[in-house]
Design a protein around this ligand. Structure first.
Ligand SMILES: NC(=O)c1ccc[n+]([C@@H]2O[C@H](COP(=O)([O-])OP(=O)(O)OC[C@H]3O[C@@H](n4cnc5c(N)ncnc54)[C@H](O)[C@@H]3O)[C@@H](O)[C@H]2O)c1
Length: 372
């Protein structure tokens, strides 16, 4: 399988490294052959750093020449949809960085393109990078909830408290709804609240606030939300780009135990703690035993996701993260923006075609004036 990386910026190296490590994890026959960037120098530099044989500036030409079996889209978010559509229409798999697209309307266009390509007999599949779903602790937590070990889930907290300097927002595509999709909710917190959905399943209602407190951006630098899940769990979400002591934190209070994860940009089994209710020490023991059974440290990351993804693609199966998963997470983001900007409770399923928050996360507009 010949792979092209599109966009040779900050995150592209993580893709190149993970692709190179696939054979050591039992996935053979996947080769990074091309790096493409509008900036020829960046493409050349990434290719040289990772020993990639070809580099250039024109994805279209490679697709037309049949030189690509999978494209990894690592460009700024506004370019994701166009690149993903080009790949799917060429019958090529596409692995898109988060946020996959800018809006629910774009997610729907993506889903339609994948359906149409399959109806036309093409076999390319869409998947999105959500690398923190693939550390061992998240599927373990889901399994322990599904099989009753943890009992019912009651309360969850999801905090993405990061710190981004004013200089971070000087990159032209950052801090604008039309090019980044949103602020710290779409750009940072999305990793963590995606995990809430992976663990707790569908949500039913959201009440949220957002503010632009400190940075010169059009988008928010803080948002907070209260979320009720279909299984009854009540959750709080905080997304911040202006929190000096940075952390990424998840906490789940269930019938049998409190399960917590604290990390920054990636975790492994050592970052989890399980505090059982008195008399339910078996839960903590079962958690540790499950972690000890694995021959690795349960780390999240691009490699952890690309191993099962390429195993599926090579075998002609659907990859573990689908366009429907992507849409679900974007729907929660859209609901946070809609609730914050309209001062109303937003219910799952209500943001449909014709709703301003379907077309753009900015929806009816921010309560603060734009700066750009
Ligand atoms: N999964 C993660 O943990 C993670 C971390 C950081 C960034 N990201 C995401 O990765 C994406 C890229 O972020 P980044 O920080 O690497 O950005 P970046 O600005 O460092 O790099 C983007 C690259 O894309 C190139 N580019 C722009 N338009 C292009 C086009 N039309 N065709 C080809 N190349 C083009 C630019 O020249 C640049 O080299 C974003 O969606 C971001 O949110 C994900």
């Amino acid at each position: 399988m010949k792979v092209t990386i599109l966009g040779a910026g900050a995150i592209a190296g993580a893709h190149a490294e993970a692709l190179a490590a696939l054979p050591a994890h039992g996935v053979d026959g996947v080769e990074l052959t091309h790096v493409v960037d509008v900036d020829a120098g960046r493409a050349a530099e990434l290719a040289a750093r990772h020993g990639v044989p070809h580099h250039g500036t024109d994805l279209r030409a490679l697709l037309d020449a049949g030189e690509v079996d999978a494209v990894h889209v690592c460009t700024p978010p506004a370019v994701h949809l166009e690149a993903a559509l080009a790949a799917l229409r060429a019958g090529v798999h596409v692995v898109v960085e988060k946020p996959a697209v800018l809006s629910l309307a774009e997610a729907d266009a993506l889903a339609a393109a994948e359906r149409e390509a399959h109806a036309a007999g093409l076999t390319g599949r869409f998947t999105q990078i959500v690398q923190h779903r693939f550390g061992a602790g998240i599927p373990r937590l889901r399994r322990f909830l599904d099989d009753g070990t943890l009992g019912a889930a009651y309360v969850a907290q999801c905090d993405t408290l990061w710190f981004r300097t004013p200089a971070y927002f000087e990159v032209p595509w950052r801090g604008r709804f039309d090019t980044e999709g949103g602020g710290t909710t779409m750009g940072h917190g999305i990793h963590q609240f995606d995990l809430l959905l992976a663990v707790l399943g569908p949500w039913v209602e959201v009440r949220a606030m957002a503010g632009r407190l400190a940075r010169r951006t059009d988008t928010e630098d803080v948002s907070t939300a209260l979320v009720r899940f279909a299984n009854g769990t009540m959750a709080t979400i905080t997304n911040s780009a202006i929190s000096p002591r940075q952390t990424s934190r998840l906490r789940f209070d269930t019938e049998a135990a409190t399960v917590e994860l604290e990390h920054l940009y990636g975790y492994d089994d050592a970052d989890w703690t399980v505090t059982p209710v008195e008399g339910r020490e078996d839960v903590a023991e079962a958690w540790s035993a499950d972690a000890a059974r694995s021959d690795d440290d349960g780390a999240s990351g691009h490699l952890a996701q690309l191993v099962p993804t390429y195993r599926a693609l090579v075998e002609g199966r659907t990859p573990p993260v689908t366009v429907a998963d992507t849409r679900d997470t974007l729907e929660l983001a859209a609901a946070i923006y809609k609730s914050a900007f309209t001062d109303a409770t937003v219910r799952a399923g209500e943001i449909v075609d014709g709703d301003p928050f379907h077309a753009s996360m900015a929806g009816t507009g921010t309560p603060w004036p734009p700066v750009t």
